[in-house]
Design a protein around this ligand. Structure first.
Ligand SMILES: *[C@@H]1O[C@H](CO)[C@@H](O)[C@H](O)[C@H]1NC(C)=O
Ligand SMILES: *[C@@H]1O[C@H](CO)[C@@H](O)[C@H](O)[C@H]1NC(C)=O
Ligand SMILES: *[C@@H]1O[C@H](CO)[C@@H](O)[C@H](O)[C@H]1NC(C)=O
Length: 455
């Protein structure tokens, strides 16, 4: 999730962190009875990837191998998932959105019919350090900007690749949601630049990036809430003007590089929108109750579950870390759009959004996509937005040109895989495999000309 956390007193944060990290908290009592995480639901691998051998800071991951790989494993793509926040754990993605087993309302796991590891390997990473089960040795070591985030991720992902000989050759796609609209481009940009300086055996085989309901170019995105709410019939003209004034303030503070205040100004826009509409959540205008991602924290509080996942028993799992949110307070309004400019020229890019999200909406993303510095952006904007169906049912719209794909997922809010599990699986599979509406136009025209030749 992408949520802006209130200001917290620095020393309190430090104290809490100290307590968490230095294992001064009592482990919870072991539960009795059968494990709430049955054997068939365990990850293929999970544990820690150290990012700093001096301090011991480490990133927690869970990896699920492809269930029905369509290719030899050495060629089977691996998807990496990064949660947003800043500060939220990818275990939300794992156990509430796209992982093979999801926590249900009675806090037990059930198979997910739309899991993203059907034909691909799938890795969930608690990023940055200090998030979820990841370990931050000190508050100072938690990254304050996207370069710092990417640096740690690159170390961790390289270590992950070294865990198994077959991983080295597999194509890697980095995906994520919400505030990962920052992390995903930052990692992609860093990895491609770094790869160029490394021998082939040391590179990360990155071939694509995907962002769901992302916050990527905040100065552009923050200016879209008023109009979006107005044309969704959620505010009237007068309220639209009030929102526009708050937005203007956020834009000005961002232009003045008054980063912390700009973040607060953005929160004021969203708070006002929330207050005016009275919605259960801005993450999905249809919902009468918020998403229940706190079920994940409830589930992961269980000592037995922590043990079988290989998580540090003394870490008290939080779905979202206020400490990490605070560390990235000045990062929120900084744009990474220029990194997407680079990625769209050098790799595959998928931007998808649930139709009903009001925080990082379709409209807010289309607003910055138009500004991409890419020689084909004009052509992209003129490309047909195609009607997308899954199993004969309307699923949304797909617009693709060359390396850039945009998908609107109907009947979904901020957490697309939670709301449209099967459709989200169809989307990611077709995009990675360049099938269906994601087939390359060149390939299609070749097929046509071959057909003509044979007629
Ligand atoms: C590891 O931690 C030390 C001490 O805080 C720091 O000087 C160093 O830059 C860190 N290395 C990385 C890769 O973050
Ligand atoms: C929890 O819900 C699932 C599916 O609704 C059901 O199969 C399971 O028996 C329930 N578990 C408990 C302990 O109620
Ligand atoms: C940032 O904005 C706040 C609120 O407008 C203002 O009080 C403060 O002086 C600004 N800080 C800087 C460094 O410009």
């Amino acid at each position: 999730m992408e949520s802006i956390l209130p200001f917290h007193i620095h020393s309190l944060i430090k104290l809490l962190l100290f307590l968490t990290i230095l294992h001064h908290l009592q482990p919870e009592a072991s539960s009795s009875g059968p494990s709430p995480l049955p054997k068939e639901a365990l990850p293929t691998k999970s544990g820690y990837l150290q990012v700093n051998s001096t301090t011991g800071s480490a990133i927690f991951y869970t990896f699920y191998e492809a269930k029905q790989p369509a290719t030899p494993l050495s060629q089977t793509p691996i998807l990496i998932w990064l949660q947003g926040g800043p500060g939220c754990s990818s275990m939300i993605g794992n156990f509430y959105e796209l992982g093979p087993w999801r926590v249900s309302s009675n806090v037990s796991v059930e198979p997910n019919p739309g899991t993203w590891n059907r034909i691909f390997g799938l890795v969930f990473i608690d990023n940055p350090i200090g998030v979820g089960f990841s370990i931050a040795a000190s508050f100072e070591e938690i990254p304050r900007n996207q370069r710092g985030v990417a640096k740690h991720l690159f170390i961790a992902i390289k270590k992950f690749i070294k865990l198994d000989d077959s991983f080295k050759t597999r194509p890697i796609y980095v995906t994520g949601e919400s505030y990962a609209g920052k992390y995903v481009p930052a990692f992609g940009f860093y990895a491609l630049k770094k790869n160029a300086k490394l021998p082939v055996s040391e590179r990360v085989n990155l071939v694509g990036v995907a962002i769901g309901n992302g916050l990527t170019d905040p100065i552009t995105q923050v200016a879209t809430h008023a109009l979006n709410a107005y044309y969704s019939a959620l505010v009237n003209d007068k309220q639209k003007t009030i929102l526009e004034n708050l937005q203007k303030n956020a834009v000005e503070l961002t232009e003045n590089r008054n980063w912390s205040e700009a973040t607060n100004a953005r929160s004021r826009v969203l708070d006002k929108l929330q207050e005016m509409t009275g919605l259960a959540t801005l993450y999905d205008l249809r919902r009468l109750t918020p998403y229940q991602s706190e079920l994940v924290a409830e589930f992961l509080a269980n000592a037995e579950v922590k043990k079988v996942l290989g998580a540090e028993e003394n870490i008290v799992f939080e779905a979202c870390s206020d400490v990490v949110g605070e560390a990235l307070q000045e990062d929120v309004m900084k744009s990474v759009r220029y990194m997407v400019d680079y990625l769209v020229k050098n790799t595959q890019v998928l931007l998808y959004q649930g139709q009903c999200d009001l925080r990082d909406s379709v409209v807010s993303n289309e607003a910055w996509m138009k500004k991409l510095k890419w020689e084909r952006i004009g052509e992209f904007l003129e490309a047909e937005r195609k009607v997308w169906k899954v199993n004969g049912n309307l699923a949304g719209f797909v617009q693709k040109l060359g390396s850039l794909s945009h998908v609107v997922v109907l009947g979904a809010g901020h957490l697309v895989p939670t709301d449209q599990a099967v459709n989200s699986q169809a989307m990611i599979e077709d995009w990675v495999l360049e099938k269906g509406l994601f087939a390359n136009e060149q390939v299609i025209s070749e097929i046509y000309s071959n057909l003509k030749g044979s007629l």
